[in-house]
Write a protein that binds this ligand. Structure first.
Ligand SMILES: NC(=O)c1ccc[n+]([C@@H]2O[C@H](COP(=O)([O-])OP(=O)(O)OC[C@H]3O[C@@H](n4cnc5c(N)ncnc54)[C@H](O)[C@@H]3O)[C@@H](O)[C@H]2O)c1
Length: 269
């Protein structure tokens, strides 16, 4: 158990990549708080997680023998994030790991995009990452220990048509990661990012459904850039990269990223 009795917050942890990350950390003995909005956002064209999904996820983590807590939290809101972080500090006493994973997406050309779609996307990914770090990092500084991992994307390294809002946010997370890493290195805090390629979660399934696409054909299309045609990137593949960035083995890695994209960006370069 490499993370025994550490405490992690995983945002957007009720399902998908976030839940896989939470379970992988829990598998190493880490107590995990899942912070998730658990309600829909008007500008997002597919359903987000529900309170029931959050409750089920907490039970799955507890079954792994660790403590878990589900908190309904909207990472776009400073008050909501502060309330969540205060509660975690009160109930668990410390925060060793923060995984900024909450995210939304949509496909809209810039000329057709309304302000609310831009704001909700940027606020969830980028402002959410800032707010969570703003409230969690002081506790890490006090403890002189911490690991921050933010989920960016292949969309943080290249553009996607109809994804300017998403790509702007994911590029922003990488700039934020490098800058925060510089600010907190003296406090023994590592700050890194993970950039997944296409993972067939509810996010991607929901997008395909919204556009009336056949799931199989949509998956093939969205995974077209992946070099390995005989395997699919799973949430567990993403989670393994996050785990490594939380382990002592990665102690000299900060301000950096791991790309789990089946070679997509290498080929695109
Ligand atoms: N699925 C992919 O292909 C892919 C690729 C690259 C990066 N990512 C990133 O991985 C992360 C997880 O995505 P996923 O694929 O598991 O999607 P998902 O929709 O299954 O999970 C996202 C979770 O975030 C929660 N959430 C959304 N807005 C929130 C908010 N404002 N506050 C708190 N929680 C909120 C949702 O309720 C949901 O549980 C996202 O940051 C996403 O951009 C996904």
């Amino acid at each position: 158990m490499k993370l025994k009795d550490q405490v992690a917050i995983v945002t957007g942890g009720a399902r998908g990549n976030g839940l896989a990350i939470a379970k992988t950390l829990a598998g190493e003995g880490c107590h995990v708080v899942l912070a998730d909005i658990c309600r829909d956002i008007d500008t997002v064209p597919y359903p987000l997680a529900t309170p029931e999904a959050l409750g089920k996820a907490v039970k799955e983590l507890e079954a792994l023998g660790v403590r878990s807590l589900g908190v309904e939290c909207d990472v776009r809101s400073a008050a909501s994030v502060k309330g969540m972080v205060d509660r975690v500090k009160e109930e668990f006493g410390k925060i060793d790991i923060l995984v900024n994973n909450a995210g939304v997406t949509s496909l809209v050309p810039v000329v057709d995009m309304d302000e609310a779609t831009w704001d909700d996307t940027l606020d969830t990914h980028l402002k959410g990452t800032f707010l969570c770090c703003h409230y969690v990092v002081p506790h890490m500084i006090e403890a002189h220990y911490g690991k921050v991992v933010s989920i960016s994307s292949v969309g943080g390294q290249r553009g996607f048509g109809m994804g300017a809002h998403y790509c702007a946010a994911k590029h922003g997370i990488l700039g934020f990661t490098k800058s925060l890493a510089m600010e907190v290195a003296d406090h023994n805090i590592n700050v890194n990012a993970v950039c997944p390629g296409t993972v067939w979660t509810a996010m991607m399934q929901g997008l395909a459904e919204y556009f009336g696409m056949d799931q199989g054909e949509a998956k093939e299309q969205f995974c077209e850039g992946h070099l390995f045609k005989d395997r699919e990137i799973t949430p567990e593949d993403v989670a393994q990269a996050v785990l490594w960035l939380c382990l002592p083995e990665s102690r000299c890695v900060t301000g950096s990223m791991i790309t789990v994209d089946s070679g997509w960006t290498a080929a695109a370069g």
